[in-house]
Design a binder for this molecule. Structure first.
Ligand code: NAD
Length: 350
């Protein structure tokens, strides 16, 4: 039988990206829904063939322990709710796929990892780009044909509509844990570490003054630097007040890589550039066959559980990004002074 997922939180990402992606899964299916709005759960349940007995609210969620159709819980809630629901899912004896950012604090991440170990269940983080074929091509090019990686620049951003509920919790620190950096800058942080296969030893960040009172609790626009022991440096920005921005550039001693868009849902692109010669691979140009990142991610946990194979997007990976984000906020809140992040390069050992 297929690996069954309960989807917790039926907001934009769950409804528009994740639920439709099950149609292209080979090993996974959706078997339960969890929502604060039972009417919405019923409507979606009808559409996806899920019976009333597999619909849950946030209050009776723990009953999922008795649901044999559910192997894993996929948490797609505001960031500050990730830790509690992960712990509840582990107590119910289920595996967990939790959206990025893994949690709001490092302590929460540690609690989540400990709960997974205690339950003997897997914890994966929703880093969908790890399943994007264009990202894989970029990694291959970065490792084989740019010389020594020297400089990364990465920018992620989007506009904010304060009337849309999907943005409201993002503007509320108690629910989001932070602004543009937590929500979008995390792509650049994870991508830089993944691309260089190295962890930064020092970070520095500056939060720009908000342009509108709606951004008073969180970072509207932030810029940062990450320094690496190898001599490479990554600099990045994230903003809640720009039109769709998703760029990743890697400059090596012999060539550069340019990705724009780098982290979109469907149409990423990577160019390998030397002076006078550019070669581009992209899904829209069909130089790389399209692969549904969301379905591949859902199948990946199913395969990892069935065969006990390692996860591509681990909880340790998720926690390292949260640690770096917290260090960047610490720097920004102390006059942009450098903050040491030399906690040991665990990437080299995994
Ligand atoms: P959303 O606001 O559209 O959905 C969140 C859901 O949580 C809603 O159904 C809302 O009703 C529910 N909810 C439960 N308790 C709530 C509370 N106390 N306050 C507010 N809402 C509450 O948000 P989204 O864009 O779907 O994001 C959800 C999570 O998914 C976030 O962690 C986000 O970072 C992540 N996400 C990841 C990607 C990706 O590409 N990997 C894309 C979008 C969102």
């Amino acid at each position: 039988r297929k690996f069954g997922y309960a989807i917790v939180g039926l907001g934009k990402y769950a409804v528009n990206q994740i639920l439709p992606a099950f149609a292209e899964c080979e090993y996974a299916k959706v078997t339960a829904l969890v929502s604060g709005d039972i009417g919405k759960a019923r409507r979606l349940g009808k559409h996806y063939g899920i019976e009333e007995s597999h619909l849950y609210t946030y209050d009776n969620f723990d009953k999922i322990a008795q649901d044999p159709e559910v192997d894993a819980v996929y948490i797609i809630l505001p960031n500050s709710l990730h830790a509690d629901f992960t712990e509840r899912a582990f107590r119910a004896g289920k595996h967990v796929l939790c959206e990025k950012p893994m949690a709001v604090t490092v302590e929460e991440c540690q609690r989540m990892i400990a709960a997974g170990k205690k339950a003997g269940k897997k914890l994966m983080i929703g880093y969908r780009c790890h399943f994007d074929p264009v990202t894989h091509k970029a990694i291959e090019l970065a490792r084989t044909s740019i010389g020594k990686p020297q400089i990364i620049s990465t920018d992620n951003g989007d506009n904010t509509d304060p009337t849309d509920p999907t943005y409201q919790w993002r503007l509320t620190r108690a629910l989001s844990g932070g602004g543009a950096l937590m929500d979008l800058g995390i792509y650049g942080i994870n991508g830089s570490r993944y691309m260089l296969n190295e962890d930064p030893i020092e970070v520095q960040a500056t939060i720009m003054p908000p342009s509108d009172p709606m951004f008073r609790e969180i970072d509207e626009t932030i810029v940062w630097i990450m320094r690496y022991r190898s001599g490479a440096v990554a600099h990045g920005s994230a903003s809640f007040n720009v039109n769709a921005m998703s760029r990743f550039n890697l400059q090596g001693t012999e060539a550069s890589l340019r990705m724009d868009p780098a982290t979109s849902y469907w149409c990423n692109s990577v160019s390998h550039c030397t002076s006078g010669d550019t070669h581009t691979w992209s899904t829209p140009m069909f130089t790389i066959p399209a692969l549904n990142q969301f379905s591949a991610q859902l199948d990946h946990l199913a395969i990892s559980v069935a065969n006990n194979t390692p996860l591509a997007a681990t909880a340790e990976e998720g926690m390292q990004d949260v640690r770096l984000i917290r260090a960047m906020y610490q720097s920004a809140n102390s006059g942009s002074r450098p903050v040491s992040t030399d906690w040991g390069d665990w990437r080299k050992t995994i």
